[in-house]
Design a protein. Sequence first.
Length: 129
Amino acid sequence: MKPLNTIAFILIQNDHILAEKRKLSKRVCPGAIAIPGGHVEANENEESALKREVYEELGIKLDAYKFVCTLLHRSAEFRKLNYFVIETWQGKFQNNEAEELVWIPLDNLDKLDLKVDRLAVKEYLRVYG
């Protein structure tokens, strides 16, 4: 089975990362505290999907971002998660998709419910931190 291609975005501000509490109505990981992201559509690459998803979910435009890593994750779907860190952006956050947005300290990653998300943030810290 070929994994579903997705992106996830790590926004960092003041030694915290932005996470979302997923709506209980979501099919994949309902209610989880997770790094936001979305699907890569058939007509786009990962960077195009990143820009689109960030704008759709948070209403911001990216200035600077870096690729972090790709991890495989099995949930309701088998996913290929392409993680990016967003360093600078334009605009004010809007919560367009999640139950709520929460800032999690980089030294308390256990608040992220998904092990794959914790691994990606640790990889970011290892490579860029």
